[in-house]
Design a protein around this ligand. Sequence first.
Ligand code: AP5
Length: 330
Amino acid sequence: MEKGDLVSLEIVITLLREAMLEKASTAKGFLIDGYPRELEQGVRFEKEIKPCEVVLVFDVPDDVMTKRLLERGKNSGRVDDNEETIKKRLETFHNITQPVIDHFQDQNKVRKISAIGDVDEVFKQVEKVLDEVTKEDVTLKDAQVVFVLGGPGSGKGTQCSKIVEKYGFCHLSSGDLLRAEVASGSERGQRLNEIMEKGDLVPLDIVLDLIKESMIKNLSETKCFLLDGYPRELEQGQRFENEIVPCTSVLLFDAPDETMKSRLLERGKTSGRVDDNEETIEKRLQTFHNITQPVIDYYDKQNKLTKISADGPSDEIFKQVEKYLDSRPW
Ligand code: AP5
């Protein structure tokens, strides 16, 4: 610390974990002050401990920070509050911590606070952010969520549109949210396109964040959500249920591979989707059977699964959906 360098990642993450565990039963939440200082710290924390809700960035010009620290140094007794070390600390911040801010910016988690004014003015901005974070949590906990599963081309999207029309649910398709991100032309979108073109699954955190953001946006319209194409892997379901709200039920559209394949090849003639070609469809079917089947088994065991036979004409399939939805209060 005297040299103004960063302390090793292992040590910091262990100290944090221990301190959090000690307070876990009484704390309403955690402010992790001055962490992560480097990208790997953030990535490891979110993987090994918990994803963060929001990242507060206090934005102040270098000369103001230097002045504040020199002032404190007059009687703080800290080994690093001297001109030379302060310069090194600022350099470390700009070179190593800036990529952390960029990383969380990509996930839409950064809230910048302009921190030049007096303490109370700065705190007003902080309050605004924290009020929002705690409000999000409470309201999403009231949501009713139906996971909609089925292979590629099983008709999930088609049936969801009908449900929206008759029951007024909010339909969120993870595939559509991802394609919208691709269409935005962002760098993240380009990376997603490459993954989807191969028929693989995109990283879990990206899908979860996109879904959470959309749920919050739509919450004033309805509390009932259809999550079409989510969860695709077991961890997606567990993370969603731990971090947002447990699902109410799971609808599975069940169709033979041949039916799904021929529907998608037909759609591929005009859809313009990068994944509606024979090779990628095969890979999507494989991904479904290998990775999504355990999700289906998991919810079946919890008695939350309703299987809909999805091989016939669309209206016939919808009759089964109506029978299920009419049997519950929404
Ligand atoms: P996504 O967009 O979710 O695609 P999909 O699940 O592969 O399936 P589709 O949406 O193409 O089919 P659908 O079941 O909705 O059927 P639809 O109603 O459209 O995902 C695409 C990619 O994004 C994934 O491969 C992955 O890379 C990524 N991704 C998405 N979610 C993710 C997640 N949670 N995690 C990680 N990665 C994720 O119907 C298909 C066609 O059939 C249409 O032309 C329709 O008109 C027709 N049709 C429908 N029903 C009938 C019927 N009964 N009779 C005749 N034709 C019908």
